[in-house]
Design a protein around this ligand. Structure first.
Ligand SMILES: Cc1cc2nc3c(=O)[nH]c(=O)nc-3n(C[C@H](O)[C@H](O)[C@H](O)COP(=O)(O)OP(=O)(O)OC[C@H]3O[C@@H](n4cnc5c(N)ncnc54)[C@H](O)[C@@H]3O)c2cc1C
Ligand code: SF4
Length: 296
């Protein structure tokens, strides 16, 4: 770990001002990702600006939807009645993420900025295009069992964001407020947000990243789907909003046949590798089950 200085910021102005003075500085929230990366010499910062004194922890209903402060803790947001009732997929994505200890420590802003869990990226002994552009991607022929099959390229097949929350947010058009310091995440209110779910398939239930996950929201009237939102996690180079699946669902009866057709459409462009081909069927089944859960 390299030497760094530590300061606390009392106001957002102070925080952004210090960042401007030291452009390679980093904001410190829960530290559960940042310090890991620094200890492994994968991230280097001359200064950490602790933003925990900032008043950015509130969770409130606004006239347009929900506003979640960047420093609200994952567990507080996941358990908050406004989130549980109005945005079940968001609540479930948070409560299925990491371990209880991590959720108590980790913030919403930090969660959005976590980096890939590709094993080659996290081991400085290997080349990696994401760490050192042009150095190569050993995952193409090496172990790629938990890497992406949608939106990949020959230079990188990682799930750049391995977390859960942003998958749920991708389904609901959430917006990051501008500026380099994230102050809040806003999620628009909608009928499909209220009738939503996040389903995560992982290697162990205590804590693990998703092999595949699905965030879905449906607006159903008289057994017909009027509006749908679909996002997949664990399979895309980024949280994977599937407008193709949404198109297949909209205007159709809420039946298993419709859900299967949507799942086929969602994975149509998949480019599986030797170890992660299983994810095509896994993601399709995860999506069908998530849709059944909200339709039922
Ligand atoms: C063992 C383990 C298992 C995990 N499993 C999961 C899982 O299953 N699902 C999942 O979703 N996550 C998982 N995580 C990741 C965890 O959710 C993140 O580590 C956590 O959310 C990061 O939040 P933090 O507040 O600790 O961020 P920090 O580590 O403090 O910061 C992370 C990054 O965000 C930047 N940052 C923080 N706040 C702001 C802000 N307000 N504005 C601008 N930049 C900011 C920091 O500078 C840093 O670059 C796991 C982590 C570990 C260690
Ligand atoms: S998949 Fe991406 S992160 Fe992993 S080794 Fe290849 S370039 Fe690096």
């Amino acid at each position: 770990m390299n030497n760094f200085s530590y300061t606390q910021a009392a106001t957002t102005k102070e925080a952004t001002g210090r960042h401007k003075d030291t452009p390679l500085a980093a904001y410190l929230a829960g530290g559960t990702t940042l310090l890991d990366l620094m200890k492994a010499n994968l991230d280097e910062h001359p200064q950490l600006i602790d933003i925990n004194p900032l008043p950015l922890s509130s969770i409130e209903q606004t006239k347009d939807g929900l506003r979640i402060g960047a420093l609200a803790r994952m567990s507080d947001v996941g358990e908050h009645p406004l989130v549980v009732q109005g945005y079940p997929a968001v609540s479930q994505s948070l409560l299925l993420a990491a371990s209880p200890q991590l959720r108590n420590m980790a913030s919403i802003g930090g969660n959005m900025l976590q980096r890939t869990r590709c094993g080659y990226f996290r081991d400085a002994a290997f080349p990696c295009n994401k760490r050192v552009p042009g150095s190569g991607c050993p995952a193409l022929v090496g172990d790629n069992h938990n890497l992406a099959i949608l939106g990949v390229s020959e230079s990188c097949i990682a799930t750049a964001y391995p977390g859960d929350l942003a998958v749920a947010l991708a389904a609901f058009d959430a917006v990051l407020e501008p500026g380099e310091l994230i102050v809040a995440v806003t999620i628009p209110a909608a009928a499909h947000a209220q009738r939503s779910a996040y389903l995560k398939v992982r290697e162990r239930s205590s804590y693990a990243y998703a092999l595949a996950s699905a965030a879905v929201g449906l607006e159903v009237q008289a057994s017909t789907i009027r509006a749908a939102r679909v996002a997949l996690g664990g399979v895309g180079a980024q949280p994977w909003r599937s407008r193709e699946a949404e198109k297949v669902l909209t205007g159709q009866p809420a039946t298993e046949a419709t859900f299967r057709a949507a799942a086929t459409a969602a994975l149509k462009g998949a480019q599986p590798r030797k170890d992660n081909a299983y994810k095509v069927e896994l993601a399709q089944n995860t999506l069908v089950r998530a849709l059944q859960q909200v339709a039922g």
